[in-house]
Design a protein around this ligand. Structure first.
Ligand code: ZN
Length: 305
């Protein structure tokens, strides 16, 4: 976990965009250390490589979008979440449409694909963003906080006036194993009563029971039911990881969210970046030496895979 990772070889993924309803093919390539995650729209002539970072996030309605104008790419959050979850720092992605495919609405297909593809350890230390001060952002009745903590920990609460959701709270302590087991399989969800409104806005054209949990007024509509009783809050954490991974570093800090969405997650990232005294960037290998001389290794850097 100390060194940066990429994928072992290139791999192609095809699926449909949940909002656009269009078939999309992504070609993922291994990338050098410090590349980060970069996208390129190959369906647009002379398009540029675009680094996925918190400051490149545009609209955040029902998804996280990077870029602007015609080179926009929608719904990057689940793929980015899986990269973070598997400890993958560097990938270049050619995409022939405006949206990352939704697959089954969770991160499970990407986890399966990337485990099959294999990972490669690069000869350069990972960098951690170590949170030094507590910061908070609010939007209407939603909020998020980040504060010092030795490893990434996320505690989220959601509240929905629906009998199958109500109030759900979950605390997730990051490790790759925990991510795969507890978070990666949790699907996105939506209300049947919102479908017409969202379609009128040009969203969820590709949405179906194959790629989302759908709820009517009382129940889950999907015949197979839920993968976890609290699948909804687990998916919120999947989204949060994808959104905060746009900071571009592994994170040593605790994030607490209440009714948050993509916009609040991005506000939190931006607030952190606007407050340089609230964090420091530390290479994982130097962090290990420093910590080794004082006390036990924090979980964030002591996990081996
Ligand atoms: Zn999501």
């Amino acid at each position: 976990m100390l060194y940066q990772r990429t994928i072992a070889k290139d791999v192609i993924v095809t699926g449909i965009g949940i909002h656009s309803g269009k078939k999309v093919t992504m070609h993922l390539y291994p990338a050098e250390a410090d590349t980060g995650v970069q996208f390129k729209r190959v369906d647009i002539k002379n398009s540029n490589w675009m680094k996925a970072d918190a400051l490149s996030v545009g609209a955040t309605e029902n998804n996280t979008t990077i870029g602007s104008g015609i080179e926009t790419i929608y719904t990057v959050e689940h793929l980015l979440s899986v990269f973070y979850g598997l400890g993958i720092n560097n990938v270049k992605i050619e995409i022939d449409g405006p949206e990352v495919p939704i697959m089954d609405g969770s991160g499970a297909s990407f986890v399966f694909l990337l485990k099959e593809t294999g990972l490669k350890i690069l000869n350069k230390s990972k960098k951690f963003l170590v949170v030094l001060e507590k910061l908070r952002v609010e939007f209407e009745d939603k909020w998020a906080e980040i504060e010092p903590h030795p490893n990434l920990s996320i505690e989220s609460t959601i509240v929905f006036a629906h009998p199958k959701i109500k109030k759900q709270n979950f605390r997730f302590d990051f490790s790759c194993e925990n991510y795969i087991e507890q978070i990666s399989r949790a699907r996105t969800f939506g209300m049947l009563k919102d479908v017409d409104m969202l379609k009128r806005k040009g969203l969820i054209k590709g949405g179906s029971l194959d790629n989302a949990i759908v709820l009517d007024d009382y129940n889950v509509v999907n015949p197979e039911g839920l993968r976890f009783e609290n699948e909804f809050i687990r998916h919120k954490i999947l989204d949060t990881i994808g959104d905060v991974s746009l900071l571009g570093y592994d994170i040593a800090g605790k994030i607490t969210t209440y009714k948050s969405g993509h916009n609040v997650h991005n506000l939190l990232c931006r607030k952190l970046l606007e407050n340089p005294s609230a964090y420091e960037i530390v290479s994982a290998t130097s962090l290990q030496e420093e910590v080794h001389n004082s006390f036990a290794l924090p979980q964030a850097i002591s996990i081996s895979h």
